[in-house]
Design a protein around this ligand. Structure first.
Ligand code: PLP
Length: 436
């Protein structure tokens, strides 16, 4: 499989090159040259197949010859080494719990797959690769965990000071070794801008081999299709009709992977992009206008993205035909107050604790289903509620039980370097690394 640059279709790359470089020239995103189809019989037989088998079949066409099949099997099986159950919450709503991985967020799957591919591709390189990533909360932890102690890879994470939860911060700042957290005295937008400037800087890129680990990287974006197949496998055990699939959305990588799976033949009734106040996709679906805006801080911080990168991939998937996209995708906006109310209500009525991101999705799906009696669906449960004790406490006025694994994490010492949102400071730090 080859990938073309959405900004210049003449530039193509195989899976290996696309993964190592992360993005094409002029910051263009890579997109698969064709959309491989699932055989209908295979889709019908999902319940007979193991998760590893499903994941392997899902990914093999995209990887092509770049990774030997046996190794790809090992990679997907290690990536999926935790359970991903579909739990029934209410009469019509289920949650695919994607938060039982090492950092309790769904990004563990994409980051785990990508880090394993990248370390295979780089094993014979004598240069160190620097993974430079900006995080609004969850990306940093998943990426840090995925690359921790991998030889030849150094990870530099920029996160906004005081804007990530305590658990998220500890996940970023307590590993040490090849993981360096930079605490930026600014917003997530500042972090992202600093990263973009670093990628564009000749002096930095001539000295450091830089790559990204956001969902713009195909190796992080594509494995997210697997969630939807694993959900369908379990859905069919109890439900006859097609599911409405609701995805808490920020940078739109996850929902774009779901729509890609749909284009390949995954059956679904409808998709919903559930947003917090950062809702450019919801507004686009109503007005046809994509108007990016400055990021607004909300309780579901991993979705605080004003200018979602993967929008261009969604458009491409539907050949830039708005009406076609609108037939299958709706957008909903859920404010913080509704998020808290939803957490409280679902805890009281169903004894199920949603994290703020999953709560945004729940509220959106509930609203959609209210107008369509008889239909049912599932949300993607993207984070464990214990990662967001501040928000949970606000919603239900008591704390939540903290698992043992988190307790020891919270006792570890935070080690990070504070910088101002000023490119010269980041540049000095990165160039120092070269000269060391
Ligand atoms: C990253 C993240 C999202 C948003 O996913 P996108 O692919 O960026 O749309 C939603 N929920 C949680 C918990 C996340 O970490």
């Amino acid at each position: 499989m080859n990938y073309y640059n959405l900004k210049d279709k003449k530039e193509t790359a195989d899976f290996r090159t696309a993964t190592i470089r992360g993005q094409g020239k002029d910051k263009g995103l890579f997109f698969p040259e064709h959309i491989p189809q699932f055989a209908p019989e295979w889709i019908e037989s999902l319940h007979e197949r193991s998760n590893e088998e499903i994941a392997f079949r899902c990914m093999e066409d995209f990887v092509g010859n770049e990774i030997p099949p046996d190794l790809l099997r090992t990679i997907v099986s290690e990536t999926l080494s935790f359970e991903i159950p579909l739990k029934k919450i209410s009469e019509s709503i289920y949650s695919l719990e994607l938060f039982h991985g090492p950092t309790l967020a769904f990004k563990d799957v994409g980051a785990g797959f990508m880090s394993r591919c990248l370390s295979y591709f780089l094993k014979d390189q004598d240069r160190t690769v620097t993974v430079l990533v900006a995080t609004s909360g969850d990306t940093g932890g998943a990426v840090a965990h995925g690359f921790y102690r991998i030889p030849g890879i150094h990870v530099v994470i920029l996160y906004p000071k005081n804007k990530v939860s305590k658990v998220q911060e500890k996940q970023l700042t307590t590993l040490g070794e090849n993981i360096t957290p930079l605490e930026v005295n600014g917003s997530f937008d500042d972090c992202q801008n600093l990263v973009k400037q670093a990628f564009a800087d000749r002096e930095i890129s001539s000295g450091l081999f830089l790559t990204s680990a956001n969902s713009i990287n195909p190796a992080r974006w594509l494995p997210q299709q697997i969630y939807y197949l694993l959900a369908l496998k379990q859905w069919r055990a109890t439900e006859q009709d097609l599911p409405v699939i609701c995805v808490p959305s920020g940078n739109l990588g996850n929902i774009c992977a779901g729509l890609l799976a749909y284009k390949r033949g995954l059956p679904a009734e409808h998709f919903i992009a559930a947003c917090n106040a950062n809702d450019s996709i919801s507004r686009y679906l109503k007005t046809r206008q994509m108007v990016p805006h400055a990021t607004e801080a909300t309780l579901s911080n991993a979705m605080d993205v004003g200018n979602p990168s993967n929008f261009v991939r969604i458009s491409e998937l539907f050949n830039n035909r708005f009406e076609k996209l609108k037939d299958i995708l709706s957008g909903y906006t859920v404010d913080d107050e509704t998020t808290l109310r939803t957490i409280r209500k679902i805890y009281a009525e169903h004894d199920y604790l949603l994290d703020p991101h999953s709560a945004v999705a729940y509220a959106a799906l509930e609203e959609y289903l209210a107008e369509r009696p008889g239909k049912k669906g599932f949300i993607l449960g993207t984070a464990h509620p214990v990662k967001f004790p501040e928000a949970i406490e606000k919603a239900i006025h008591t704390g939540t039980a903290i698992p043992e694994s988190l307790k020891s994490l919270m006792d570890k010492e935070k080690k990070s370097l504070e910088i101002q949102p000023d490119f010269t400071e980041l540049k000095r730090f990165l160039l120092n690394k070269i000269n060391r």
